[in-house]
Design a protein around this ligand. Structure first.
Ligand code: ZN
Ligand code: ZN
Length: 411
């Protein structure tokens, strides 16, 4: 086993090479919490070793953001200063690589009125639609990955000194990112290529509908749009540069037909939405739309999610994850979608990825919607996978093919 310093360096390289696949002369934009400045410094060093043109850091500190959400006059929450869209436009135009380093802090915005959070996030989303479009269409390379934080380490119940707790969490991150598995076939790069192979097998079948059932009573039919594409693992941006949008990743996913979802589905893990916890919830769909929802905890936050826009109460993603993936096997609930979604089959409310439809290049929002791809300012994953989930696929010649049986993926 290598020292933590070597592991951190290997991890930084993984994010730059397999994650955003930083090219010589390319600019790198890193979104990161102030708390993680030492890791940001390490990534910056490694990026310049790879001959980055420039490394731009977009510092975050949620307690400061929270002060604005709590105390700024409501009218100002709708305001976005002109430099914000200019900032994003600068780096989209430069075809920069975007690396977001995140850690879980589900209570970060506790006590803030969720309407004020929505007001602010809607204003920002409205100001930078071109940025979201570039990300969703993979016009630029981007990657979301985890960094250890003390809040997160405490949440997962690690003990010892602060340094020991942080190191324990880093070791978990390294395990899930297969950092110490350098032998051929066992490393992250080989794993991500295997996922890509799984997508090819699913794409070869041309399913028209998926049927979900589980021990809690889920019974959901999801139609898939004509010409849908399964994606997962390594993908290519518009210039053909290979990258991985999530590290780690265990999922393969496609877009549902936005009007073709019917039945009931039960959540299998808590959903942390804008710093709030929603748990044990049940969603009923009719012709694609959420028509009823119940939650043992946090139902109001589901309400505010569905209030964002029309598309936020329709589905935009269907993702398959083996229940026996390393993240699932770790037994943790990570309180962070990047990890939890990779432990479990999931669905997402909100926008679909245009890349999940063949020949979608250059189609307008209206055209994408007409072909079944949901449109929304939001995209929120929620987990439905468990050891009892089974999924059967229906093909256009009426054949039924088992895709998942009791949590085991058969593809
Ligand atoms: Zn997903
Ligand atoms: Zn998603």
């Amino acid at each position: 086993m290598s020292s933590i310093k070597e592991q951190l360096t290997n991890y930084a390289r993984l994010l730059l090479q397999e994650g955003v696949n930083l090219q010589k002369g390319q600019t790198l934009v890193i979104n990161v919490d102030v708390e993680n400045y030492t890791f940001a410094e390490l990534v910056t060093k490694e990026a310049y070793k790879l001959q980055a043109a420039n490394v731009i850091i977009n510092w975050r500190h949620t307690p400061i953001s929270k002060e604005r959400l709590l105390h700024a006059p409501e009218s100002t929450l709708k305001e976005v200063d002109p430099w914000v869209p200019a900032y994003y436009k600068t780096y989209i135009d430069k075809k920069a690589a975007f690396l977001s380093l995140i850690s879980a802090d589900p209570k970060a915005l506790q006590g803030v009125d969720s309407k004020r959070v929505t007001l602010q996030s809607s204003a920002i989303n409205t100001a930078i639609p071109f940025y979201h479009k570039a990300i969703m269409e993979s016009a630029v390379t981007w990657c979301i990955a985890a960094v250890a934080s003390l809040t997160w380490a405490n949440l997962l119940g690690y003990t010892g000194s602060d340094e020991e707790k942080l190191n324990s969490l880093w070791q978990t991150i390294f395990t899930l990112c297969r950092i110490d598995h350098t032998e051929p076939g066992q490393d992250m790069s080989s794993h991500l290529k295997r996922l890509e192979k799984r997508t090819r097998a699913l794409n070869a079948v041309h399913f028209i509908e998926l049927h979900y059932t589980d021990a809690k009573g889920s019974d959901l039919h999801i139609k898939l749009p004509k010409n849908h594409v399964w994606e997962g693992g390594t993908e290519a941006n518009k210039e053909g540069i290979l990258f991985n949008a999530n590290i780690p990743s265990e999922e393969v996913f496609t877009a549902p037909d936005r009007l073709g979802v019917n039945g009931i589905i039960h959540s299998s893990k808590p959903l942390i939405y804008q710093g709030n916890r929603i748990d044990n919830f049940t969603i009923t769909f009719k012709d694609g739309k959420v028509v009823d929802y119940q939650a043992k905890e946090g139902r109001d936050f589901l309400t505010s999610l569905f209030d964002i826009d029309e598309g936020s109460s329709y589905l935009g993603e269907v993702a398959l994850v083996d229940h026996y993936s390393p993240i699932s096997q770790s037994g943790h609930i990570f309180y962070e979608t990047l990890f939890d979604e990779n432990a479990s089959c999931h669905l997402a409310f909100g926008a679909a990825y245009p890349t999940c439809l063949a020949e979608s290049d250059g189609l307008s929002k209206e055209e994408l919607e007409a072909r079944g791809l949901n449109q929304s300012m939001s995209h929120v994953d929620f987990m439905v996978g468990s050891e009892s989930l089974s999924i059967t696929g229906l093909t256009d010649d009426g054949a039924k093919i088992a895709i998942m049986k009791d949590g085991h993926l058969l593809f």
